[in-house]
Design a protein around this ligand. Structure first.
Ligand code: 5AD
Ligand code: SF4
Length: 440
């Protein structure tokens, strides 16, 4: 039988990138090869994100584009999968432009849905599961350089932060069998990979229980770090309420666990944190930062910040600016609050900060972070780092680029090393985004 061609666009977080790798694997077993050329595709999928309204609007734009492709060629199926599929369900079929809708726990069923879908007969599966972790599926790696890979260790989220749509789109939290995780990491190492990033919505609540005992996230991190001292380990995302002393001490005890923690703060105001249902205070958060700094003075701390959440005052906003200053974040992802239908916040609190105020506050946050990021980079000038080489730098073919353990991008003139090698560099100067280095 002729093999068919599958084209997938991926939106949203790293978790979605990892899910796309799972989808390619499932579809490959069922007669589909990957294509990067949409005009060659028999099936077009968009693996979507619902986190903010603008993410969804962008995808609606793409659906219109796919509809034009379909009209021209007739014989192509269009599917929406992932978070937006789960959130909007049948409403996506009502657009008349979509043949397949599959939620994040329905990917094993995709070949059946694709087989059954015909123009005018769309197929939908948005069942969420309490068990599905795709543990037995070997993802088809999409990265081109074969150096760094994502490994999903859990799915779903039980936190119910009041602004967040994820518990509704990805369902209840469940952890993946650690044996399958370690096996996947061993396979990656054997295939030449040098870095794995363990992914979960809230990695600190990873937990596995079997006859052999229990494994928490710190234990899992040790197991993965033990695969090889040459293999770097990263992880994302930590929750400030759950990040434990044991985890921080485990990181500190291993050189190959990278010195970078993504610890989303969201707001510096206790009143906002309470309303966001984050279940920590500013003081608790700063205590966690102090513990990280005590154990690993060289550890980068990065964050997510939301500007203009419901009823946020100037005072609350100033608290956000001051906690950012106090922590001195190395990097931050910064957003305006976007009300998501069905969330606790949408049901209980008016989205009452005017758009122009949200924008102004976000700009102040971005401006501050630009300064903090530059200051952080300046502190690294003169230091020596072990860099994992990714490939040529964007600027010049005579330069390589790669990340230090603290996740900062380093560029340096180099004709010796190849992607996947480690190189020792000294930082000579910096921009707000890059450390300019030389080999040592
Ligand atoms: N509006 C704006 N930002 C949001 N995030 C999550 N939900 C929303 C929302 N409704 C941000 C948070 C989270 C990151 C992944 O996206 O900062 O940590
Ligand atoms: Fe990822 Fe959240 Fe977007 Fe879903 S909604 S793709 S979990 S960022």
């Amino acid at each position: 039988m002729d093999r068919k061609k599958l084209y997938i666009e991926t939106y949203g977080c790293q978790m979605n990138v990892s899910d796309t790798e799972v989808i390619f694997s499932i579809m490959a077993r069922n007669g589909y090869d990957r294509t990067e050329d949409i005009s060659q595709a028999d099936v077009i999928l968009a693996n979507t994100c619902s986190i903010r309204d603008n993410a969804e609007q962008r995808i609606y734009g793409r659906i219109d584009q796919f509809a034009r492709e379909k009209k021209q060629r007739g014989d192509v199926l269009v599917g929406i999968v992932g978070c937006m599929a789960e959130r909007l369900k049948e409403a996506l079929l009502d657009t008349g432009k979509v043949d397949i809708v599959a939620g994040p726990d329905a990917y094993r069923n995709l070949p059946v849905l694709v087989e059954a879908a015909r123009p005018g007969h769309p197929q939908i599966d948005v069942m969420l599961s309490h068990e599905e972790t795709y543990a037995d599926i070997s993802p088809v790696r999409l990265d081109k350089n074969g150096v760094s890979a994502f490994v999903s260790i859990m799915r779903g989220c039980n936190n119910v932060c009041s602004y967040c749509v994820v518990p509704y789109t990805r369902g209840a939290e469940r952890s993946r069998d650690p044996r399958t995780i370690v096996r996947e990491v061993c396979d990656l190492h054997a295939a030449g990979y040098k870095e794995v990033t363990l992914l979960g919505q809230n990695v600190d609540s990873y937990f596995w229980k079997s006859e052999e005992g229990t494994v928490d996230f710190a234990d899992l991190l040790s197991l993965v770090a033990d695969v090889s001292p040459e293999l770097r380990v990263r992880f994302s995302t930590s929750h400030p309420k759950d990040i434990s002393d044991k985890l921080i001490e485990t990181m500190a005890s291993r050189d190959n666990i990278c010195r970078c923690i993504h610890l989303p703060v969201q707001s510096g105001s206790n009143r906002m944190l309470e309303k966001m249902r984050r279940r920590y205070t500013r003081e608790w958060y700063l205590d966690r930062v102090a513990k990280i700094r005590k154990e690993m003075p060289d550890c980068a701390i990065t964050t997510d910040v939301i500007a203009g959440f419901c009823s946020e005052t100037e005072e609350d906003h100033k608290d956000t600016l001051s906690i950012m200053e106090e922590v001195g974040y190395d990097y931050a992802y910064m957003f305006q609050y976007s009300e998501r239908p069905g969330t606790l916040a949408a049901r209980n609190y008016p989205d009452d900060v005017p758009p122009e105020v949200k924008t102004r506050r976000l700009n102040e946050i971005i401006e501050l972070q630009n300064r903090l990021g530059l200051e952080s980079n300046k502190r690294d000038v003169g230091k020596t780092f072990k860099v994992l080489v990714e490939g040529p730098s964007k600027r010049s073919a005579d330069e390589l680029c790669g990340r230090a353990s603290n996740n900062k991008m380093c560029v340096f003139p180099d004709k010796i090393h190849r992607p996947g090698d480690y190189a020792m560099v000294e930082v000579l100067s910096c921009t707000s985004a890059t450390l300019i280095c030389k080999l040592v």
